[in-house]
Design a protein around this ligand. Structure first.
Ligand SMILES: [Mn+2]
Length: 226
């Protein structure tokens, strides 16, 4: 089975409980649409767990991107690598001591989108033309994909056959509760992932205490938390 979620933001325990809830096993696939780090207290611990998972597709969000920008700045004027790692560790006040070079290198290699046969995953949004048609992903900048401010709007409905999974903006600030929000195509029933224009995944776990995920095969959602 394939489970998609976003914006775990250092909520290590919630994430572990979610894996337990869905009986996640080595044969399953996990896709995280970015923002693993910051806000919650266990950014590095969570990131290392995600990197250790067998079948995980992990994307960069704006928080990983901001961390990398800081890293690239430090590297530009670096005298020695030890002092760079020291500063990077202080970027995470709660568990930065766990940060190592392997984790930094893997963060730097994170992709900004993932495209499957029936769906596309991205952190904040995709470039669309005036008609809502997707522009080629390979031409999109990382900034566009991690900071997009428009894609979340309810009237922005990507056309084309694939469903777009995204997070970035908490469901509370979009005026909803703490649910994963589905944008169903007209005349469709919603039992296949292609029945949706887009699916918003960010339930604001670090704020609401609720973390959810979407199972692609049967379009079921699962939640842990309050
Ligand atoms: Mn974000």
């Amino acid at each position: 089975m394939t489970y998609i979620l976003s914006d775990i933001h250092g909520e290590y325990e919630l994430f572990c409980r979610l894996l337990e809830k869905v009986n996640f096993s080595d044969g399953d696939i996990l896709i995280s649409c970015g923002d693993m780090i910051e806000k919650g207290k266990h950014s590095v611990r969570l990131t290392k767990l995600l990197f250790s998972m067998k079948h995980a597709v992990l994307l960069a969000g704006n928080h990983e991107y901001d961390f990398l920008k800081y890293y690239w700045t430090l590297m530009r004027d670096a005298r020695d690598y030890d002092s760079v790692l020291d500063k990077l560790r202080r970027y995470f006040p709660d568990d930065g001591g766990l940060l190592d070079w392997e984790t930094v290198d893997r963060m730097e290699a994170l992709p900004y989108f993932y495209e499957a046969e029936d769906y596309i995953c991205v952190h904040a949004g995709l470039p669309l033309d005036g008609e809502g048609c997707m522009l080629p992903l390979k031409d999109a900048s990382p900034e566009q994909l991690v900071y997009d401010r428009v894609f979340k709007d309810p009237d922005v409905l990507p056309r084309g056959g694939k469903c777009v999974f995204f997070g970035h903006t908490t469901s509370m600030s979009l005026g909803g509760g703490t649910q994963i929000t589905r944008f169903l195509r007209e005349g469709k029933r919603g039992d296949h992932v292609r029945d949706y224009h887009k699916i918003h995944l960010d339930t604001g776990a670090w704020m609401s205490g609720v973390l959810g995920c979407f199972r692609v095969e049967d379009c079921r959602t699962f939640y842990v938390g309050k």
